[in-house]
Design a protein around this ligand. Structure first.
Ligand SMILES: Nc1ncnc2c1ncn2[C@@H]1O[C@H](COP(=O)(O)OP(=O)(O)OP(=O)(O)O)[C@@H](O)[C@H]1O
Length: 632
């Protein structure tokens, strides 16, 4: 028995020692050769004496540490050509990510030796010339992103050999010739936009949205009648969703609150009238804490007999004077469009009432816009529950989001006792907000604009995804003096009149929101002296200097294996904040890009990462939600 025990002990120790010290020697040497032959703006921690599997940045090994299966080096400041026959020695490699570097030269032909590749990311480099000619060597390839390079010849028809391909992105190159009619049944995402391709969209690719072919010379005469002519983005008409949205689920949440709406609306209106001077001066400094007092005191205040209260969703309600007398309200803050109150009833019903100022449009136009906004029911758009219009008062009623806005989550309490906003939540915020904005853009014949996307207008819905609030007000208000809006940092450069916002404007603001989520920095703020920090300019300059890693919020650095996802989000954000509106993507495309940040990776994470992240919930939206994204 004792001998057996000792034997097992020695065996276990030996195994442990072997596991701790084993190394894929040849793969390690290949990476060292690669490292020693490239120009980097700052060093990696790759050292012959340290363990390639346990400590090298960007490297993932398989279970028994016998092979390297993933190399992820996005945005490491690597310039110049790839040294030949180094990375291609990693024949077990499944994931290769060298995106966002300055790598030049033709596509490395020796990569054809990487027969196990499942994902290849080389976007945002300076590769030029011909795309790989023999795609068939990558039998398992599922994702290929070669966008934003300078590839300038035709797309080889051998793309058809990639039978497992789910995503192909060749956008923003100089590819020429006709689009080959490749038939890839598993392909879900295709982006060939902004190249020099011509001809018609081949039959097998007509299932993809026309945005996949934007910015090419696709002739409308020979396009299928069912496929709209593909024009450059600037001339592309707004498209409407072909997919239907899921029936709204939020509507049921406040089933019992209808009575409260009336009470609170009147309560706040009366309070507001009663204490007009107080609320207009310095409400922000009293923010969150200040009780406006009970309504009882204000009942004798000014009443407007002209008012019209409209409750959405067909709730029937009754007016109860007792509820009115008991209701209390507190100021949440004062924004561009007015003052916002949180109003609580005794039945634990809490709503938010926004008291608008400087509405310039007439009752009819105001009502029409409210009807449009109030009819939107989507899990990623905050539901407008009711509105009130009279000569003196214009009110809007929303659900109360108790977790506060994304702005509060990101910027409030940056002290030591702060609860960090984790990466999963930030991704869900981005995905939800993108879906909400895309849904808004699909309304009113594809013409509705949010007009005020910013972190203080994004909340978390019950599924903990982002949810956009406060839409459709910009056009109802008197023109804001542009500096006021500009200071907020979300305003696209082309907009000088705050009422003339466009969907491209929303895309820009959403891009700023993404950069805010990534950096943890407010879009615009004073830095102490006369200097003003401008997030978009700062991110652009840091990325230009190839210090991409420096932009990320220090709070995010604690989460393992998210660099690739962060770099992808950064790229999306930067595309959205393009200074020319026609260069910005449309919201439905942005939704796909943001959703793919994680959807793509969950399917391809090597086992080691999966192990490390075992405790992290996988960020795949519930099936119902995916199906209901209502993305046009
Ligand atoms: N439905 C809501 N639930 C919880 N907090 C809210 C809600 N609506 C607004 N708030 C919060 O109330 C505060 C004031 O909001 P308000 O919309 O008036 O101003 P803002 O968002 O700062 O600017 P803007 O007027 O441009 O939207 C903000 O902190 C906002 O996040």
């Amino acid at each position: 028995m004792g001998i057996k025990f000792i034997f097992w002990g020695i065996f276990m120790l030996g195994t442990f020692f072997w596991l701790a010290t084993t190394e894929p020697i040849e793969d390690k040497q290949a990476l060292l050769d690669f490292y020693n032959n490239i120009d980097l703006s700052r060093p990696l921690n790759w050292d012959d004496n340290s363990s390639v599997c346990n400590s090298w940045i960007g490297v993932t090994c398989n279970h028994d540490k016998s092979r390297i299966i993933a190399v992820r080096l996005p945005g490491i400041g690597f310039r110049g050509p790839l040294p030949p026959d180094t990375l291609s020695c990693l024949s077990a490699l499944q994931i290769l990510n060298l995106s966002s570097n300055g790598i030049s030269g033709p596509f490395p032909s020796d990569f054809t030796r990487l027969g196990n590749l499942t994902s290849l990311y080389l976007q945002f480099n300076n590769f030029h010339g011909q795309l790989p000619l023999h795609f068939g060597v990558w039998k398992n390839l599922s994702i290929i992103n070669l966008s934003n390079n300078a590839f300038n010849q035709s797309i080889p028809s051998s793309v058809s050999e990639l039978t497992h391909l789910t995503a192909l992105n060749l956008a923003n190159n100089s590819l020429s010739g006709k689009i080959p009619d490749f038939n890839l049944p598993s392909l879900q995402l295709l982006d060939l936009s902004n190249n020099n391709l011509y001809g018609s969209v081949p039959q097998n690719l007509r299932r993809f949205p026309s945005s996949a072919f934007f910015g090419n010379i696709i002739s409308s005469e020979i396009s299928s009648p069912s496929f709209p002519p593909v024009l450059p983005p600037s001339t592309q008409p707004s498209s409407k969703s072909s997919r239907l949205g899921k029936p709204a689920i939020l509507a049921i949440i406040i089933g019992g609150c209808a009575l409260g709406f009336v009470v609170v609306i009147l309560a706040v209106m009366l309070i507001a009238c009663y204490s007009n001077k107080d609320t207009e001066s310095g409400v922000v400094s009293k923010k969150s804490q200040e009780k406006e007092g009970s309504v009882k005191k204000a009942v004798s205040g000014r009443q407007d007999g002209n008012g019209k209260l409209v409750i959405f969703n067909g709730f029937s309600f009754a007016f109860d004077l007792e509820d009115l007398l008991r209701a209390s309200a507190e100021v949440l803050g004062k924004g561009i469009f007015g003052t916002t109150y949180k109003a609580a009833l005794e039945e634990a019903t809490t709503v938010v009432v926004k008291r608008l100022k400087e509405v310039t449009v007439a009752r009819r136009e105001f009502g029409q816009q409210m009807e449009v906004v109030g009819s939107i029911r989507h899990e990623n758009v905050a539901a407008l529950r009711a509105y009130y219009y009279s000569k003196d008062e214009k009110l809007m009623v929303y659900d109360y989001y108790s977790q506060g806005s994304v702005s509060t989550m990101l910027h409030a309490n940056r002290g030591e006792d702060r609860t960090p906003l984790d990466w999963e939540t930030r991704l869900r915020i981005a995905i939800g907000a993108a879906r909400g904005i895309a849904h808004i853009h699909a309304q009113s014949g594809g013409k509705l604009v949010h007009g005020n996307i910013k972190a203080s207008n994004i909340f978390l819905n019950p599924q903990q995804y982002g949810c956009a609030s406060d839409l459709g007000l910009a056009t109802l208000m008197s023109q804001m003096t542009s500096p006021v809006m500009r200071r907020a940092g979300y305003q696209a450069p082309e907009v000088t009149d705050s009422r003339k916002v466009s969907q491209a404007y929303d895309v820009y603001s959403f891009g700023v929101l993404l950069l805010e989520l990534l950096t943890g920095k407010s879009p615009i703020h004073a830095t102490g002296g006369d200097e003003v920090f401008h997030l978009v300019r700062w991110v652009n300059s840091v990325v230009r200097e190839e210090w991409t890693a420096e932009v990320f919020d220090a709070e995010l650095l604690r989460y393992p294996n998210i660099e690739e996802e962060m770099v992808e989000m950064l790229q999306i954000g930067m595309t959205c904040v393009a200074s020319m509106p026609e260069q910005r993507p449309k919201m439905p495309d942005v939704v796909k890009l943001v959703e793919d940040i994680r959807r793509v990776h969950t399917g391809n994470r090597p086992s080691m990462e999966a192990k490390q992240e075992g405790s992290t919930p996988v960020l795949t939206p519930p099936a119902a939600e995916l199906g209901s994204s209502s993305v046009p």
